[in-house]
Design a protein around this ligand. Structure first.
Ligand SMILES: C[S@@+](CC[C@H](N)C(=O)[O-])C[C@H]1O[C@@H](n2cnc3c(N)ncnc32)[C@H](O)[C@@H]1O
Length: 277
């Protein structure tokens, strides 16, 4: 269990994190998971059986995924996150529980699908994988999702200069900072490659796709800065996220336009690790 996981328990973090994802992004992230699921597992009838979403945070993604399941459980180590999750209305059958991924509060062989969205990097993977094996039914599946910004474009026909080098530079600087601080965010920035390589599960798979989300430049920086690691880096140009926003504005000769008014199509590299029992 990572010491940095505790950052997610602070009440202000819960509130900021819960309200900062660009519009529609959680639905798109959930859709990637649903598509992977469809590829490997057919539902008996219209719905899948049981879902266990580990590191569920405020439960927004759990609620979207739950529309495809008869029963769902969201588990998170943070009491604050779970109380936020319980506060929101859940039209589907969902139970939220405080618990650790390394010793899941769920009986053996009772779950059809385990998910972990942006959570694997905080978890002790060896123990979690053993837990997944224990709680999954035979034929069950575990899906771990992560995504990283790969470029921003102008929506519609893109004639503006390419931002890929700027995104690469930001991601590189953030990775170096995460490595120096020994922060698990380095695994997010590496799209879980190292975690996947170390994972002991015969027949494991890694699937890569892309998400495109239209928002504004300010939405992207707000999203980044809602995650405790990026908040730790401050709000000056020393923070590669702030520097990135300024450099995109410079590249596009939009220094005088406020970020809220700069509409962008953000492209995210989306990676899922799939374990079939
Ligand atoms: C980046 S948030 C992701 C939340 C949610 N899945 C989402 O995508 O919005 C990571 C979550 O993992 C939780 N977490 C960290 N370590 C955990 C552990 N060992 N077991 C269960 N949850 C954990 C944190 O409390 C936090 O809510």
């Amino acid at each position: 269990m990572s010491e940095f996981a505790e950052d997610f328990d602070a009440i202000d973090t819960v509130k900021v994190y819960n309200s900062s994802k660009p519009s529609g992004l959680e639905a798109q992230q959930s859709q990637v998971i649903k598509d992977v699921l469809k590829r490997y597992k057919s539902a008996n009838g219209e719905l899948y059986g049981s879902l266990l979403d580990v590191g569920c945070g405020p439960g927004n993604i759990t609620r979207i995924l739950a529309t495809s399941f008869e029963d769902s459980i969201g588990v998170d180590i943070s009491e604050s996150q779970i109380s936020q999750a319980r506060n929101a209305e859940s039209p589907h059958r969902i139970t939220f529980k405080v618990g650790a991924a390394e010793s899941l509060p769920v009986a053996d062989g009772t779950i059809d699908v385990v998910t972990a969205v942006f959570a694997l990097h905080f978890i002790e993977c060896d123990k979690f994988v053993v837990e997944c094996k224990r709680v999954l039914k035979p034929g069950g599946i575990a899906i771990f999702f992560v995504g990283v910004l790969s470029k921003v474009q102008a929506p519609g026909k893109d004639t503006r200069p390419d931002t890929v080098p700027l995104v690469n530079e930001m991601n590189y600087k953030l990775s170096e900072l995460a490595k120096t601080l020994k922060h698990p965010e380095r695994h997010v920035l590496g799209c879980y490659e190292a975690l996947y390589n170390d994972m002991k599960w015969p027949g494991k798979r890694l699937i890569e796709t892309e998400i495109k989300n239209v928002s504004s430049l300010v939405d992207i920086s707000r999203y980044y800065l809602s995650v405790p690691f990026y908040r730790r880096l401050g709000t000056t140009m020393e923070n590669p996220v702030i520097e990135f926003v300024e450099s995109v504005k410079r590249l596009w000769s939009m220094e005088d336009t406020i970020e809220k008014n700069i509409e962008v199509r953000a492209c995210y590299r989306a990676v899922t690790i799939v374990l079939l029992k």
